[in-house]
Design a protein around this ligand. Sequence first.
Ligand SMILES: [Zn+2]
Length: 172
Amino acid sequence: MSEHSLKGSSRSSIDFLGNKWEYNCMGCAITNKEINIPGGIIFEGKYTILGADPEIPIPGFMIVNSKRHIKSVSELNKEERYEIIDIISLAEKALRELRIVEEVTLVQEERSKHLHIWIFPNYKWMTEKFGKGIEFLRDISEYAKNNVKENDIKEIIEVIDKIREYFKEHSI
Ligand SMILES: [Zn+2]
């Protein structure tokens, strides 16, 4: 019997700082603060949490996590929709104004059981190494995971801190 089946529906993952987390649903674990997102929460709204992607070490790569366990944008109420778009908008502005990247890709997959949106920064090295477009995001993510250096982690944490400060200075 695999470790997975022994634990029922629980899953585990190791974040890019090397911490191992177990949870039934990563989105709910983030909402309930059972997972400490690497670098800490960037912004917590009434309905939404913004933080770095826990597993993929790329500076400025963020996830917008719905606090409610729903899987589709169509299940969001009006207030939640407003907040999520406001947060995405400010996160994109932060990335540009802090000169981290000029362009992002947003991804939301309904096959994931808990609504979250990727704010994926598009760096020049990604285009040069893999090409441009949504079809390369998995390869880029794998590459980032397999080639992360200590300096990269330092940079990621610095970028998280800068974006957190940006959110404090600009109201959504
Ligand atoms: Zn959930």
